[in-house]
Design a protein around this ligand. Structure first.
Ligand code: NI
Length: 129
């Protein structure tokens, strides 16, 4: 059965919650999710999967921490894509942006390991639109 077209602009206009991804499509065993982001997320790591990001609108920073504890930050702007490799600790933050993520269905937004989750971060495997 074919699915339905989903417009990203409409999808992003249909909710206001920050760091609370909506699933817009499924591709094989993967979700295409969109989220609104603002402020700091939480340090976390996905032990079993890479995580793909596309910035739909705005500025989105991803802090990365390597195995030696060294931290660096990648700044992504509208149209930029980036992949966080599996196992790498990362913490997204943003002055305000809309993003698209591509990752296996069931992947938690806060990973398999994480710091203390702030109230404005939804620990979820994604919500229906
Ligand atoms: Ni992540």
């Amino acid at each position: 059965m074919p699915g339905e077209p989903v417009n990203l602009t409409d999808a992003l206009a249909s909710f206001t919650e920050i760091y609370s991804p909506r699933i817009v499509q499924r591709v094989n065993d993967y979700d295409v999710r969109v989220a609104k982001v603002e402020g700091e997320h939480v340090w976390h790591a996905h032990d079993h999967t890479d995580e793909f990001f596309l910035v739909v609108d705005g500025v989105f920073d991803i802090a990365l921490r390597d195995a030696d504890g060294f931290e660096s930050t990648v700044r992504l702007e509208t149209g930029d894509t980036f992949v966080v490799p599996k196992g790498v600790e990362h913490m997204p933050s943003s002055p305000g942006a809309s993003i698209l993520m591509f990752e296996p269905s069931g992947t938690s937004t806060t990973g398999d390991r994480h710091g203390e989750i702030p109230d404005h971060v939804d620990s979820t495997t994604g919500h229906k639109l």
